[in-house]
Design a protein around this ligand. Structure first.
Ligand SMILES: NC(=O)c1ccc[n+]([C@@H]2O[C@H](COP(=O)([O-])OP(=O)(O)OC[C@H]3O[C@@H](n4cnc5c(N)ncnc54)[C@H](O)[C@@H]3O)[C@@H](O)[C@H]2O)c1
Length: 249
């Protein structure tokens, strides 16, 4: 698929990877439908490239997702690409004896992470794929996973949701392939983003860099390139593209 012939829906489009993908694919000639919960950041995105269509939406709310997807499909000839990028990273051990009164991983945190990283991916994809099929739009669903999907200590909820996203990518590759819709995942490793610096102590991050054969964190544009490959290569389907510098967790 040629980037300049695509209509791309991106969630979590106002920051990090999502913002970079929105700006890059827009300058390559794609029409961008940028969804985010952060209205202020969406305005800043629109200020950078006015032709990007922005939608404030909490994608953990299925009714809101249905409305926004209806709006998008009514305003154009349909979408070819959905990038399920929005996600939150939270750390918590399953049991933390230093934590009182409850030493266990909280249910609230579990539900919060599952809601954004897994349920919302399901809501977005069931809505968009249904419209793509009825509109006869061929294309690709790209789910942003993480190296944590392999099982990262201290991240039960995050790991579980990212493994789920990779598994759903495989199911959808089989179910949607007959309609000309591919489904893939991208799993970044330790990247040089605000999220990484917020979530990991510098000492821990230095340790991961040491374990990375390339001895550095990845850059945001290296994930954007993986998304470009996923859109352009029409035989890439059902697999996870790892962008992690060769680190093993
Ligand atoms: N940053 C990394 O190093 C890294 C590594 C591996 C995987 N990832 C994954 O990449 C994706 C993007 O990460 P990032 O670092 O760019 O994140 P980020 O925090 O910079 O951006 C995420 C965006 O998602 C939006 N968002 C959050 N909850 C939402 C909701 N309920 N509805 C709509 N929008 C919502 C936020 O407002 C934000 O703009 C995530 O899925 C993350 O798990 C990131």
């Amino acid at each position: 698929m040629e980037i300049n012939q695509t209509n791309i829906i991106i969630t979590g489009a106002a920051s990090g990877f999502g913002k970079e993908m929105s700006l890059y694919f827009s300058t390559k000639g794609a029409t961008i439908f940028a969804i985010d919960i952060n209205a202020k950041a969406l305005t800043e995105l629109k200020n950078e490239i006015n032709s990007i269509h922005t939608f404030e939406c909490d994608i953990t709310n299925n009714e809101a997702v249905e409305k926004v997807v209806d709006n998008i499909f009514e305003s154009c000839e349909g979408a070819n690409v959905l990038i399920n990028n929005a996600g939150i990273m939270e750390n918590a051990p399953l049991v933390n004896l230093l934590n009182r009164p409850d030493s266990r991983h909280s249910i609230e945190l579990w539900n919060k992470v599952v809601d954004v990283n897994q349920n919302a991916v399901f809501y977005m994809t069931r809505s968009v794929a249904n419209k793509m099929i009825r509109n006869r739009n061929k294309g690709v669903i790209i789910n942003i996973s993480s190296i944590a999907a392999k099982g990262n200590a201290g991240q039960t909820a995050y790991t579980a949701t990212k493994a789920a996203v990779e598994a759903m990518s495989k199911v959808w590759a089989k179910e949607l392939g007959g309609f000309g819709i591919r489904s893939v995942a991208i799993a970044p490793g330790f990247m040089n983003t605000l999220g990484t610096h917020d979530a990991l102590e510098e000492k821990m991050l230095a340790n991961w860099i040491e374990k990375t054969p390339l001895k550095r964190t990845g850059e945001i544009d290296e994930v954007v390139l993986a998304a470009q490959f996923s859109i352009e290569n029409d035989f890439f389907n059902g697999e996870t593209l790892s962008v992690n510098g060769g680190v093993v967790i």
